[in-house]
Design a protein around this ligand. Structure first.
Ligand SMILES: Cc1cc2nc3c(=O)[nH]c(=O)nc-3n(C[C@H](O)[C@H](O)[C@H](O)COP(=O)(O)OP(=O)(O)OC[C@H]3O[C@@H](n4cnc5c(N)ncnc54)[C@H](O)[C@@H]3O)c2cc1C
Length: 157
């Protein structure tokens, strides 16, 4: 298989739990991404669970992923599960990262709270940090990600 399969349900799952922080948000959202690596194994993702700092994979998450995967790719019914892993996607209350000097400690530069987009944003984040460190602190996107947009007690990292 070439390329990456991203199910529409994955995009819905992603926006649902990264943008809906209300008490009615679901306990888990699941949507398939599927990629085959060079030696033949498949990597299947992913779930989102508002589980605080718990980094354990859950049986329920694996089960839901398997069920959705089989709808999309029934030929993988005999595939064996080698490994499951989980990680954190820390996010801010408004869903955008903080890329900013810390107001009380201007020598400290923050780049955090990327949710599920930190890899995709790595290059532009490096550009913004470079502007903060080496340049005049100007970059067209920096105002969007300032620490000051939150009062201190609203920031949850
Ligand atoms: C399952 C999963 C799938 C993802 N898929 C994607 C994707 O497809 N595309 C995408 O763009 N993003 C994806 N992400 C999100 C992406 O991984 C994160 O947004 C990104 O890694 C955040 O980068 P970071 O540098 O802020 O934090 P991290 O990558 O978490 O780096 C923080 C580092 O600090 C270290 N650290 C922590 N505490 C201490 C301490 N006290 N002292 C010293 N070091 C410490 C940690 O060990 C870690 O190395 C995914 C995340 C997960 C969990």
């Amino acid at each position: 298989m070439q390329g990456t399969l991203i199910a529409a349900r994955y995009l819905l799952s992603k926006s649902r739990l990264e943008q809906d922080h209300s008490s009615t948000s679901p306990a888990r959202s699941v949507g398939i991404t599927l990629v085959q690596v060079q030696h033949g194994n498949f990597i299947v993702g992913s779930t989102r669970e508002p589980a605080g700092f718990d980094c354990h994979s859950t049986y329920g998450g694996i089960q839901e992923l398997a069920a959705q995967l089989l709808e999309l790719a029934p030929s993988l019914a005999e595939a064996r599960l080698l490994r499951a892993y989980a990680g954190l996607r820390p996010i801010t209350p408004d869903g955008s990262p903080i890329i900013s000097r810390a107001p009380q400690l201007p020598g400290l530069i923050l780049a955090a709270g990327f949710g599920g987009d930190g890899l995709a944003m790595s290059a532009i984040t490096a550009e913004m940090i470079t502007a903060l460190v080496d340049g005049d602190g100007r970059h067209e996107f920096l105002p969007l990600f300032s620490f000051e947009r939150f009062s201190t007690n609203e920031v949850v990292l």
